[in-house]
Design a protein around this ligand. Structure first.
Ligand code: MN
Length: 205
């Protein structure tokens, strides 16, 4: 069973104008698909064929297979990113809202930290909201680096690669980040990840 291209959980124009249909069609249909295809090519005929994406990422780390790591981790990161985005503005509730206040002081302070770290990250990478023992933090990973480098369980991620925002925001990464953080984060998805307390599983066929 091959790794699938996880479907977009909304129409490709549902995040416009912050993330346009053209960006989503290219980002999901070309960039994400290429990572999926290259992962499947790399595992074909090996003992990783039929394994979960999380097992493939772990094997790539354990064996130092950089090519397989880049493609499998990017496959996972993009699947998680699509679910991290919401078509409508949401507000965190319940235990997640309490943890945000306890860890950052306020939701606005968390949003500012996401924008600051996402803006400050040099070149390509990802900015994450992470939970460990009930405490939340904002962390960054570079290029394809994955959840395996985080201090805890990822709740949300935002793609910092230029292909995520360049068509809609040109070189102004802070504009993309502010608009995503203010109006398009899926706090319900973050709350599910926070309540489960273990890693989200990439969709399989
Ligand atoms: Mn991307």
């Amino acid at each position: 069973m091959a790794i699938i291209l996880s479907p977009l959980p909304y129409a490709d124009d549902a995040l416009a104008p912050v993330i346009s249909a053209t960006t989503l069609q290219t980002h999901h249909g070309k960039h994400h698909r290429t990572y999926v295809d290259r992962t499947n090519t790399a595992i074909e005929g090996t003992d990783l064929a039929g394994k979960s994406l999380e097992d493939i990422v772990a094997a790539a780390i354990a064996t130092g297979n950089k090519g397989l790591f880049n493609n499998s981790a990017q496959t996972w990161n993009h699947g998680f990113y699509w679910y991290s985005l919401s078509t409508t503005a949401q507000t965190p509730e319940g235990a997640l809202a309490a943890a945000i206040d306890a860890s950052f002081g306020s939701l606005d302070a968390l949003k500012a930290e996401l924008v600051a770290q996402g803006t400050g990250h040099f070149a390509s990478g990802w900015v994450w909201l992470v939970a460990k023992d009930g405490k939340l933090s904002v962390e960054q990973t570079h290029d394809a680096a994955s959840y395996a480098e985080l201090s805890g369980n990822p709740l949300l991620v935002i793609d910092l690669w230029e292909h995520a925002y360049y068509l809609d925001h040109k070189n102004v990464r802070p504009d993309y980040l502010k608009k995503v953080v203010d109006g398009h984060l899926n706090w319900a998805f973050a709350a599910e990840n926070f309540a489960r307390g273990s890693l989200w599983a990439y969709p399989s066929a």
